[in-house]
Structures are given as C-alpha cells and as structure tokens.
Write a protein that binds this ligand. Structure first.
Ligand SMILES: [Zn+2]
Length: 365
C-alpha cells in the first residue's frame, strides 16, 4: 500500500470551503473531547468509547446543529465529523493502551486538516487533471493523476498556502510501460538537468522571479524600523514568498522525477558529492536552491514505485572532462560551456557531453 498526494488548484471559494471543513473538524473534535473528559471525571458514569461516540453523534445532529450559533454546521460534509470522531476514538484507544498521551484539544495553529470518505465503500479515482472528492466536489490538480486508482478515504491538509489531497492505494507498484531503455542525466547549474537524449529541463522561470522579489523584500525589511507594523508586514510577505518558492520547486521536481521514472527503464545519475560541492561557495547557493537532494530522494522512491532502475555513477568519474566520442580527457573550467575535443575534434554542449558519459559509464571491475 502506498499513498498518492497531489496539490489542489483551488479558487478562493473552494479554498474557503476547505478551511471551513477544517474548522468544522476541529470544533467537533474539541467538543466531543471535552464531553468525553467530563464523563471520565464523573466516576459514577461508566460508558464505553463506542457508546459514547454513538450518543455524541445523536447529540450533534439532533441538538447542536440546531442551535443558531452552530447552524453553519448544517452546510458541512457529515463525513468530516464522522471521521473526526473516529480520530478521537483512535486517540483514546492509543491513550488507554499506553501508546500515547491523553488526547489534547485541536488547535488551528497546529495545522489545518480533515478527512472525508465515501460511505458507500471504495470508489474509482479517475485519471486526469481533476479529482472527485466524496461529499466535497470536483477539484483541479496541479499535477494530473497519470492513471486511475481505487480508494475510499481522503485526507485534506494545508501546507503553506496550499491544500493537498492524499489517499491510500492498495498496490505494491504502479504498472507502467517504459517507452525508452536508458538515460544518462547530468545535473547542472545552468540547466537543472540535461538528458543524454538531448532533452533539457531548466528550473522554472517563476522561481527566478520570486527569488529576485525575495531579495528586494529582505533589503526593504532591513531598512525598516525594527518590530514596527510595517516591518512585520514585510516579514509576512517574505514568509509567503518562501512558501511559494518551496511550492514551485516541489511541483517542478515532482513533475520531472515522475516523468523520468515513468519513461526510462534505466536511469543513471552522478552520485554527487553534494557536501563537497556545498563547500564551494559559488556552487552552494545554486545547489541548495535547486534542491538536488530532493531530486535524488524523489527519484529513488519513484523508481521503486514504477519499477525502473536507478544507477549511481561514481562521483570521481570525470564526466565533464572526458570526450564522449574518443575518451580523451581535458580540463573544463565551469565557464567553458562547449566541449571541443583536442583529440578528435568533436564539438558538443558541455552538459550533453557529460550526460553521454554518465550513460556510457561502466564501473571498473
Ligand atoms: Zn574526442
């Protein structure tokens, strides 16, 4: 079993709908928890957890929802409170068996999330750019579902400014037909990745724009009066922008690694000595920025998922300095973008030449 997680592309009213349901979940959970606590404190009342949940549900639908201050609950998905109460029951079970501390009240500051499910059982989650979530509706996705799945329970969580949906799928591995045999990948700073089949993937433009904006805001904040209202506003903007940058980068890396793991049977990348590269100041910013670690991490698990093979090429192999045509080696300072072989005369883009070398690399026995 594994989980599929996708970022939702929501408009304002859809985002409000999510936030309202997260609020609904929190309120129900907290009211039920305080009732349960008061029942525990009164030693004359003995009630089992399941009996309590049943009683509380009746109270919620027959009494609480009818009070004017809670009438907003009537517009909310009933699956949300059902799942909130299941969560509470689980929390008490864990507490009673010594696995966890006593359940505590849910706080908005601890993050917004809730769960819905299809009360009819497992359902089809169709492939494509949208997802149908039981009782909530159909929503656009940032990255499409490449195939259909079967699932029942959906978790909605807010991370940064974005809502995510995740659901579990019963399968060991996703069946895919890889369309190409093998690829060598050069990771670089000018282009994020250059493939030996000549495809090039650059870091997304919005990332660069957001970064320029970030620098401006940081400069602005440093000139503002410390702890002033205005400085706080600038810091809020900086925090939002950081979130946005993280989201753009994640999207880019997810799309890229999914594409690679689904397309190629064998993927070869350099086992980069990221630590060594980080000690080089000029490179450090670019590497941290582009998320090479994250790229590698995603590629590793996606290759497992799609049944492709990831091969790491020895980091000391001089992939940039070697001619992919004749094997001749020559110095290649970072500023030299084209490989012009001093031996056979081959002329090739520096990164593409490296990608070919990575593809053709054979570990010496
Ligand atoms: Zn050559």
């Amino acid at each position: 079993m594994f989980a599929i997680k996708r970022a939702l592309k929501l408009n304002k009213s859809e985002a409000t709908l999510m936030a309202k349901h997260a609020g609904f979940r929190r309120v129900v959970y907290n009211i039920a928890l305080s009732f349960r606590k008061s029942l525990y404190d009164d030693s004359t009342i003995k009630i089992s957890d399941s009996k309590f949940i049943g009683t509380f549900k009746k109270y919620l639908t027959n009494t609480l929802k009818k009070l004017p201050e809670f009438s907003w609950m009537q517009e909310m998905s009933s699956r949300v409170y059902q799942n909130a109460l299941i969560d509470l029951q689980t929390a008490f079970k864990r507490y009673c068996s010594g696995l966890a501390k006593h359940p505590v009240f849910a706080k908005r500051s601890k993050g917004q999330s809730f769960t819905v499910d299809d009360s009819n059982g497992k359902m089809l989650v169709a492939s494509g750019n949208v997802i149908k979530i039981p009782t909530l509706g159909t929503f656009k996705l940032h990255e499409p579902l490449e195939q259909s799945y079967i699932s029942q329970t959906f978790n909605l969580t807010k991370e940064g400014n974005r809502w995510y949906v995740s659901f579990c799928v019963d399968a060991e591995r996703l069946p895919v037909q890889h369309t190409q045999e093998s690829v060598g990948i050069d990771l670089g700073i000018k282009s994020f990745t250059t493939l030996s089949n000549t495809q090039v993937f650059d870091a997304p433009k919005p990332l660069k724009q957001a970064k320029t904006k970030l620098l401006k805001l940081q400069r602005k904040a440093s000139k503002q009066v410390k702890r002033s209202q205005n400085q706080r506003k600038t810091y809020d903007k900086i925090r939002n922008l950081h979130n946005r940058i993280a989201c753009i980068r994640k999207d880019f890396l997810h799309k890229l690694t999914t594409f690679l793991a689904k397309t190629f049977k064998l993927i070869k990348i350099e086992d980069l000595n990221v630590k060594g590269m980080m000690s080089n100041h000029k490179l450090a910013g670019a590497i941290a920025d582009l998320g090479f670690y994250e790229f590698r991490r995603q590629l590793e698990y996606k290759c497992l998922m799609y049944g492709s093979k990831l091969e790491l090429v020895n980091q000391w192999f001089p992939s940039s300095k070697t001619c992919s045509n004749c094997g001749h080696k020559q110095d290649m300072p970072l500023s030299v973008r084209t490989y012009e072989c001093g031996n056979c005369g081959m002329v090739m883009d520096r990164d593409l030449n490296a990608a070919f070398n990575i593809l053709n690399y054979q570990p010496s026995a």
